[in-house]
Design a protein around this ligand. Structure first.
Ligand SMILES: CC(C)(COP(=O)(O)OP(=O)(O)OC[C@H]1O[C@@H](n2cnc3c(N)ncnc32)[C@H](O)[C@@H]1OP(=O)(O)O)[C@@H](O)C(=O)NCCC(=O)NCCS
Length: 436
């Protein structure tokens, strides 16, 4: 059998070293033995955007982009979306196993009894302008929870960590709904403990003067499925932020706020908003061929198509398409769906998209569903942040309990000046225009 090693020859020195290969990887630190002189720092790798660097070992989520596979703790996402509730999946992500009936009932009870917010939360919410975007409101309010729970800093105590995890998963929909109602100038609605996680969220969003809000069960289940699909996606930008900030031992409210801030960027959580804008710009089914032609000529991209990892039909996208049909039976068909279906049909037959392995991703349909359910597009990223909190916390906990992890601190390649002579203020000339 071939040895599980890699031998590297450093042509600068003609020296060779043999490095062990573990799980198909070498350790970057092993490269440091390659030096030109003994004082040399040693060989490093340069990897902007972590395109080829594993930053951790993780047993939470598995993605095989080429084969279109997404699994949480070994269970295919399709199976979980069909048979589980979001809270059951959150339990699986956090504890590594599916709960028994008793464990699930306890878990649901615990989360339900952590949905209330301290009354002072209303006061900081009041400080935001009515036209504020709900995502920065959510980010700031999650960070502010750190002021209410100073005990959360004790991140090395497992029971304490679990308490904060329950609080965060419980309170996220309440904060999200408050952010939404604040933009409309509507009074906040308190949680209703009789309702499921998503039905309660809908109650806090949409209840007006009726004594009891009754969520449409098809819509509540559709939202639950969307939450399952968004619960984790291994080391993406926001999860990396969660792990990185958490590695400094900041409390979980601050780390979650940092992760949510990363999610707020249009390259991460904001793509489904861009799909809605694109479908609006296309306007009708008849304009689809012309739009595709323009994309192929290099004018813009087909939003909701393509993925850094998936080079096949994205598994959540497959599930979401079915969910869309169920939602439209209740809400009536979102006219944007016909444009989306036509776009998908033409693109999947077109050589340009086939050759580049560009398939619809989860964002292609999620925006259309959210819009049909009555959400404004500013809420789309907030709807992503609620379930992803479970994934962030599972990854945070895994990072904290991994003995190999330390405070995250990448290296750099310094490209600035060598040491320079200081020039006193009165002797400095104007900065050359070229440097502006
Ligand atoms: C998701 C995304 C950023 C992945 O990018 P990536 O893996 O870095 O892929 P690249 O940008 O290198 O693209 C590879 C090729 O496909 C093309 N391509 C990628 N996505 C495309 C799209 N949505 N529409 C048209 N062409 C696209 C690129 O132009 C490039 O073509 P070239 O080889 O002729 O230059 C990219 O597919 C994209 O911008 N999609 C639209 C935005 C979106 O839906 N984002 C949500 C992701 S969940």
């Amino acid at each position: 059998m071939a040895p599980n090693t890699v031998t590297i020859t450093d042509n600068r020195t003609n020296q060779s070293c043999t490095l062990p290969v573990e799980n198909g990887n070498i350790r970057a630190m092993d490269l440091r033995q390659l030096k030109t002189i003994p004082e040399d720092f040693g060989l490093m790798t340069y990897d902007p955007a972590f395109m080829n660097t594993a930053s951790c070992r993780s047993s939470i989520t598995f993605i095989d982009g080429d084969r279109g596979i997404l699994r949480y703790r070994g269970y295919p996402i399709e199976v979980l979306a069909e048979h589980c509730t979001f809270l059951e999946v959150a339990y699986l992500l956090l504890f590594g196993e599916l709960p028994t009936e008793k464990e699930l009932n306890n878990w649901v009870h615990e989360i339900t009894y952590h949905t209330m917010l301290h009354e002072s939360t209303k006061k900081f919410m009041e400080g935001f302008g009515y036209n504020s975007h709900p995502m920065p409101m959510l980010v700031s309010t999650v960070a502010a929870l750190s002021t209410l729970y100073p005990g959360a800093r004790n991140i090395h105590d497992a029971a304490n960590r679990l308490l904060q995890i329950k609080r965060l998963i419980g309170k996220m929909p309440t904060i999200a709904a408050m952010s939404y109602r604040h933009t409309l100038g509507l009074p906040y609605v308190y949680p209703d403990n009789d309702l499921s996680y998503t039905a309660n969220f809908m109650n806090m969003l949409w209840r007006m003067v009726e004594p009891k809000y009754v969520a449409n069960p098809v819509m509540a289940r559709a939202l639950d499925i969307l939450f399952i699909l968004h619960a984790d996606h291994e080391q993406n930008c926001s999860t990396n932020a969660m792990r990185s900030v958490g590695s400094s031992h900041a409390d979980p409210y601050l780390a979650t706020a940092a992760a949510a801030a990363a999610l707020a960027g249009p390259l991460h959580g904001g793509a489904n908003e861009a799909v809605i804008d694109m479908l609006g710009e296309i306007g009708s089914k008849d304009n689809v061929p012309n739009y595709i032609k323009k994309v192929k000529e290099g004018h813009g991209r087909l939003m909701g198509f393509g993925h850094r990892l998936y080079k096949n039909y994205d598994p959540p996208a497959r599930i979401i398409k079915r969910t869309a049909e169920q939602v439209f039976e209740v809400t009536g068909r979102n006219p944007k769906l016909d444009i989306a279906l036509e776009l998908e049909r033409i693109a999947l037959e077109d050589d340009y998209f086939v050759k580049r392995k560009l398939y619809p991703n989860v964002d292609f349909y999620s925006g259309i569903i959210y819009q049909a359910m009555g959400f404004k597009s500013e809420m789309f990223t907030v709807l992503f942040a609620i379930p992803r909190t479970a994934g962030w916390l599972a990854q945070w906990q895994e990072m904290l309990t991994d003995p190999e992890q330390k405070i995250a601190r990448p290296r750099q390649i310094y490209t600035g000046h060598e040491i320079r002579e200081f020039v006193p203020l009165e002797d400095r000339g104007p900065i050359a225009a070229a440097t502006h």
